[in-house]
Structures are given as structure tokens and as C-alpha cells.
Design a protein around this ligand. Sequence first.
Ligand code: FUC
Length: 772
Amino acid sequence: MAYCAWAQGPLELWYRQPAKLWVEALPVGNGHLGGMIFGGAAHERIQFNEQTVWTGEPHDYSHPGAYRYLGQIRQLLWDGKQKEAEDLAMKEFMSEPIRQRAYQAFGDLLLDFPGIPEDGVTAYRRSLDLETALAKVEFTAQGVTYRREMFASHPANLLVIRLTASKPGSLSFTAGLKSAHGGSAVEVLNDGDLAMNGKVEDGAIRFQARLMVDAQGGRRDTRDGRTVISGADSATLVLAGATNFVNFRDVSGDPARHNVQSMVWAHSKSYDALRTEHLADYQKLFRRVKLDLGTSAAASRSTDERIKAFAQSGDPQLVAMLFQYGRYLMISSSRPGGQPANLQGLWNESNNPPWDSKYTDNINTEMNYWPVEETNLSECQLPLFDVMKELAQAGAVTAREHYNAGGWVVHHNFDIWRGTAPINASNHGIWQTGGAWLSTHLFEHYLFTGDKTFLRDTAYPLMKGAAQFFVDTLVKDPKSGRLITGPSNSPEQGGLVMGPTMDREIVRTLFGDVVAAGRTLGVDAEFRDKLVALSAQIAPLQIGRYGQLQEWLEDKDDPKNDHRHVSHLWAAYPGSEVTPYGTPELFAAARQSLIFRGDAATGWSMGWKINLWARFLDGDHAYKILQNLISPANDKDATHPTSHPGLFANMFDAHPPFQIDGNFGATAGIAEMLLQSDDPHGTELSLTPAQTGDTAFLHLLPALPAAFPAGTVQGLRARGGVEVGISWRNGKLLQATLKSDQSKKVTVRYAGKEVGINLTAGQVKAIDGGLQ
Ligand code: FUC
């Protein structure tokens, strides 16, 4: 690259004091186990989680025979009797039971250092380096420098901690495990390891955490179920955790056996070997993307100070760190073989967490995965696709019992038992397009990777089943004669209605994806014809009396409505039915709707708005929302009048309280400012060549804010499987590099100009701002 004065800078969160609150502690995770490190000098607390510790047990939540009331509910809605429809649905149409189950805390690893004073340590520093995924605590006490280094290893499936001291023989501590669940017991195993066995109080999940302490030098005892180390030179601690969860229908696993396997692995390796293995595994993913948005004087400050100062300081390096933090949190919470990232990723301190820390798929679960393809972490989405195979099984029962339909359906939440029926309340729980929205991720994954085996074996059968549900359930709106969904709602406002705009956008896109996928695979010609015909009959998008994109079939939007959900704008992002060049009138209407909704929002809503403003090609407005997001959050409950969204000291996004989607939404939004690859010419059925993966469309620096006049990004990915690097100065493109695994024709757009470029497989093609 012509411009490559690399200045990404240290990607390190660091602090001058230990965490007092959970949202100040630093997260580590390996896609199964997570730890929150508080970093107290005399008393260390590592609060840990394992993804499958949930309340409940295998259960089918469907309401047998609910479909018998479907016609009646629809008719009440058509008759304008919304309240009656909601009441009837509440009685006859809801999930059994009405609520799903909750993700749980697991326990604490507690280290107490009797020789270290509570106060009075000097040179204290705790940090998390995103380049290495190593967390550290360092300080000096009584002339000895103590160091802790911690990481969550994916290959070893362990949390690993190394304790050292600058003076031999000065390391003394006790290590113990504390369960988050009553009735658990800690036993000392024959080999000296501690095992904490227990079960959740309300459900079938049994668990075991197992701790190995390996001290060099000194003496080792066991006292009150804790390991006591006196006068050691150094020590390595290894924590394993597992449950009996096998899949959503099977809890016959043996957690103790899992942990034995993990410990055999740990015993066979030195600390250095575990660390090297961890670095290789983590950096293989993390280092694929580099982002430099310029340097900032504020970068020398601690992270909590930088968040506080951001409104004044700008601090583009903090923006780059937030971008990379989203990637770090993704790698740490969502790995092949594990569960997908839930509302809190996999970090949760509470047995009664907000919204049960489950999977809310009327925005939150999907937002978690928005950055994955663009920021080159494609495989991190595989857990979501594994879960969709289970959702399709559970959702087929719900489709049958609630709609007398084929295919599968997911309403607005699911849990580890894959509840797919409508929950909580009929006015917002009955929302039909969860499975359909998730299914669009399958086709996107194909567009980014070009993986035809995935398309054939995994994606297509799921997409087809999701589409089949709507083939069977779309219904004619008596007024317009067009096809609509229903009963449903525009998340989560306006109550139960027929045919909300978002549903229609999602279904049209899903049908288009299935048609494109079927064509690519050369299958199901008849089904494709049916989808094309149905799609043309779905009620179209409409522009209302305020120039807004209508959120409902009727022109009833309130321009003063500043609700956090912007569901009807789905077609602009993450969808691409509404685009600046393909559908200019609808594009203007969608933009007007977002102006009405305003800039103030909770965490994930800001995440969505950043992406939308980037799609509206307005980088400065996107940046304005980003600025709102990078402000200190308080930790009050969401309903508290003084609660404030933004970032906590550990850069977790506040809803408030903590909800991880806003972190992921921000990472996706920053990428979307720099590169867009949805086809801006728009299409009813997603059938342009750029969207079948045969070619690619790239829009370089489509929404670059004035706040980032110069920068470089490497390793972003675009639909069509193109890897893109971009450098810019004075707000102008300097050079872009494009590389594709397959030879293909790429259309590149920059500053209103479009050129066609032929890429040769595997070769890097460089172009400049004149697009030569
Ligand atoms: C949806 C949102 C809420 C929250 C919850 C987890 O219901 O409307 O704001 O994010 O999901």
C-alpha cells in the first residue's frame, strides 16, 4: 500500500484501580467459558460463566391446537378490535408456559493474598490487551512486584491464570470456588484439584467447576475446601467448567468427565505452551482486520478517563478500540461448537438477569452477528446456524400447532430449550418473522464466503423451511387484496396488528434469498416460481403523509414517536430493499422516518442508527450517534430515571444495564462507514448478480465522517468474497486493495463514480482515488 504508516496503537483497556462493580471488571472468554476479572490486589475475584448453565429443562413450549383461534384473532384485528384480539390471543395462542427460561451465573474463583495489604499497594495497573486476549494485574507491595496474567483458552477450553512475584518465595494465597447456586458442594479430589458440583435450583442442569493449582516452590495445604499456597515462587491456576447439557432435548452429559478431559490437556502442557497455543488460536482470527483512524493525545489516558473525555477529545483511537473490542467480544463469546452470543454474550453475574439474558431475535440476536462477516470473523457465526437447526425442529411444532402450517417459525425470543412459541404478552410476543430474519443470515454467510457446500447442506434447507411457513400463512388483506403476515406486531409497539411493514420486508427478502439460492443450486424450480409469484403480491412499502416510510399498513405513524425500535427501516439496514440509487423515493422516506425517531436511544438502538446513517450515506450523522454511544453509562436499572446509556468503564454497552448487542452494532456500524457491499441499485427480490455471489459490488468510504480525515483499514470483507483494504487522507481515497479467492468482475463505487474491475483469483489489485 502507498500509505501504510501504521498507527493502530496499543489496543489495550487499562485502569489505575481494581473493579468495584461488575461492569468495571474485564471480560475474557473462549466461546464456552467466560470470566470477569475484578483485579483486587489483596482479594481477586474472577466471576465465571459457562454458556449452558440455564434454568429449565427440555420442553416444547407450543400451545397445542392454538391454530383453531388464528382465524378469529385475524378477523378481530380486521374488525378494528385490537384489544379483543389481544385478549383472545393471550388466552389461547401463547407459549406454554408464558415465559422462557434464564441464563445463569456459575460461580466465583476467589483468590486471597494474606500478605498483601488492602490499601497501600503502589504502581497498580490492570489491563486487557485486545491484540493478545491477555488480561493482567500488576502492582508492588512491600517491595515485591506481583503479576497476574489471565486468559481464556479456546483450544484447551480452560481459564488459565499465572501468578508471579519478583522475589522468590513471596507468593502466598488461598484459592477457592464459590457457587452461584445454593446446595453446591466443593470437594477436594485425590489429585488435590477442587471440584465444585451442583445444579441450578429451578431446572435440570447439573454442573461442575474444577480448579487445579500448580505452585512452584513453597508449601501446599487444603483448608475448608480451599487450596492454600505459602511461600511459593509462582503458580499456575487452571479452571474448567461443564454441565450435563448435550442439546436442547438431551441433558445426559457428564460434567465431571468433560472436566477430566480438560484437565488431562492442562496437565500435559506448561503455562507457556498453553499461552502460545492460545495466542496462535486467538490471533489467527483477531489479526485479520486492522483499523487505524488516526492517533489521539487522549490515548495515553486510562480507558475510563478516555470514555469520560471522549465528547471533548474526539479520540479516534478509542473509536478504533471500540471497533476491535466488538471483534474481541465476538471471538470470546461465539465459537464453533458452542452456543451463540446471548444478550450478554456469555458474561452474566445474576441468576435473574435482565430479559433472562436469553436470545431476543426481534433485533438483539441478529445485531450480535452484524459485524461478523464484514469484519472477517465468519466462523464465529456458526454457533447461530447450529442453533437454527434446533429452532427449525422446535419451530416446526409451533408452525403446526399455532398456524396449522408447514415449515418453521420463531417468535421474538428463544432460550437454550429453543422455545419458539409467542411469549410474555400477545401485544408484542406474537411476531412471526424471527426465524425468517435469522435465515437471511444464512444467505449472507454464503454471499460473503461463497461456500456452496454450506449453501446446499446447511443454509438452503433451513431457508426453505422458513419460507414454507409464509407460503402457508400469508393471508389476503381484505382492504388492499395484497398478501400480508398476521397476527404480528412492529416490534415492540403499536400492539397486535395485521401486516406490519417489517414482516413484509423480511419475508420478501427471505423469498428472494431462497430463489437466488435455489437457482445457484439448481433445485426446486417450481417452489421458486411460487415464491416469485407470491412475492409480487405482498403489500408494497408505502410512503405516508409526513413523507415517512409507513411502519404499518395504515398511514398512522406519529412523527413524534421516538421509540427505540426502528423496525420498518429494516429494508435499509440490515436489508437492502431500500437503497439510494435503486429506490430513491423510498430511500428518502426511510431517512425521514429516522429523522423523526431522533438520535437519542438506548445502546442497541444507537447501534442500529449508526448503521442506518451509514447506509443513508451520512457519515457525520452516523458519527454523531457513535459519539452519543461513547459516553459514560451509569449502572442504574433500565427503568431508573437517571439511567444513562453509553459505555461502562469496561466498554460494555449499556442498555442499561449491560446488553452486548450495542457493542456489536457499533463495530458493524464503523465497518459500514468505510465499506458497503449491498447492491445500491436495489431489487425487489435480491436477484441482481451482485447478490448471487457471482460478482461483487463495493462502495468505498460511503459514509466517512469528517472526524476521521485520514486512516487505513485492512482485511474487511465484502459480499462476493472480496477482501478489501482502504487508505485515505484528507477525507479522500488514497488507495484500495481488492483480493478475491475466485476470479470475478467487481463493480467499485467511490465518490459518485463507478468502474468495473476484473479480479484474478488470489491476486491483489490496487486502485487509487481516480479508480484506476
Ligand atoms: C427487546 C428490546 C428491549 C431489550 C430486549 C432484550 O425487547 O425492545 O429494549 O433490548 O429486547
